[in-house]
Design a protein around this ligand. Structure first.
Ligand code: SF4
Length: 79
């Protein structure tokens, strides 16, 4: 029997998108098109879902060059 990867082994985390510094590089939409859609009017990404598996969220956060994507529950950090 083939092993089927479990789709949600990691916890879901809520993320936010702050487009203030977004450079429209589209890294987020390329990495996770199920999470980030592309708004053709603003020419910026938009969130399609706020709850994202933690591993995927961590990956898109690390790939965004402008630090637009954050864990919503990461409040209380300096800055
Ligand atoms: S990866 Fe970051 S900078 Fe690039 S389009 Fe997405 S939000 Fe904007």
């Amino acid at each position: 029997m083939p092993a089927i990867p479990a789709p949600s082994e990691t916890p879901l985390r809520r993320i936010t998108l702050d487009l203030g510094g977004c450079s429209a590089c589209e890294a987020c939409t390329s990495l996770a098109p199920e999470v980030f859609g592309w708004d053709e009017h603003t020419e910026r990404p938009r969130l399609l879902q706020e709850l994202v598996p933690q591993d995927l969220a961590q990956e898109v956060i690390s790939y965004c060059p402008q630090d637009c994507i954050r864990f919503d529950d990461d409040q209380g950090q300096d800055g």
